[in-house]
Write a protein that binds this ligand. Sequence first.
Ligand code: G6P
Length: 357
Amino acid sequence: DAGKSGYDHYMLKEIYEQPQAIRQSTRGRILELDGSVTLPDLPESIVEETDRVQFVACGSSYYATQYGAALLRERGIPTQTFVASDYDVERIPLESGTLVVGVTQSGETADTLGALRDANRAGATTLAVTNVVASSAARECDATVYIRAGPEISVAATKSFASQQATVAILASVLDGRRPNPFLGGLRDLPSDIQRVLDTSNAREIAAEIVDADAYFFIGRGYQWPVALEGALKMKEITYAHAEGFPAGELKHGPLALVTERTPVVALVTGSNEVVEKTVGNVREVESRGAPVVVVTDSPEDVAHLADFVLEVPETNPALVPVVTNVQLQLLAYWTAYELDRPIDKPRNLAKSVTVE
Ligand code: G6P
């Protein structure tokens, strides 16, 4: 218990360590003076030779790659994401100039290592984005970028996910090379933005209101879609309740049939006006079916009237707000599991690192 520093669970401690984790992830990688970001561990030759990216990962790390892929594609770098266990190098084109990036907290996940080994054998350049120094992924790839989140004990990934998001955002910027880098201010502000969420979150009160539910649905668009998936994963891992994330636009193509007054819907409502408007339309659809609505937003004045509950996040760069939004979802999952008295740090049937395929 000494290691928990007074928190009931490692998970909560690690959620609260996120401002520090992001400070470590960005240390030495933001160059204020020339307005750029840098990854000193990534050889310049790799940056120059990379025309396209394939991400391979599992679990939460996979959702971090989906977020990273959105950022890379927006920068004109063709990028695909693969669940590592489904990466089949024989059946997908691996063009020259492809950088295969394995994102893995532990650096020991068998499926991810398998995919990276296959990519290596097929002649691709490989990069490990990992938390654990000298892990198998770090040793076996051509280059390694550490996310520097610090040790993570709780089975459910929290601070490692935030640090992965920050690191892939930096990777996208480095491969893009634009100056001044549009993420600079947002990256610098992330620790204080997250701290504000930690200091003010009402997720505990909301969790007490929605704990008795048949299922939880999470919806988001664009950069927030992977965060909706991660929010649902966190909820199911530690509460054992059914939870699913969807791109908000897909709600009407099926999942809406499941929505009742016993299925809280958590809607991530951030982004440009157009995106917000569309997601607001989806919120109305679930509200009219009686679902309790939790809105996570940076513009509460526009959307609070639609919601039963509001989780507010500070305004920041729209591409980085998903890092902050996710903290509210972690807290919501944590406090819901707490209400249910679940063994939060060690959920049944799950392991921190899965070393079998
Ligand atoms: C396990 C953990 C997850 C994690 C996944 C990938 O399933 O329970 O929290 O996201 O492995 O782990 P990695 O170490 O490769 O990021």
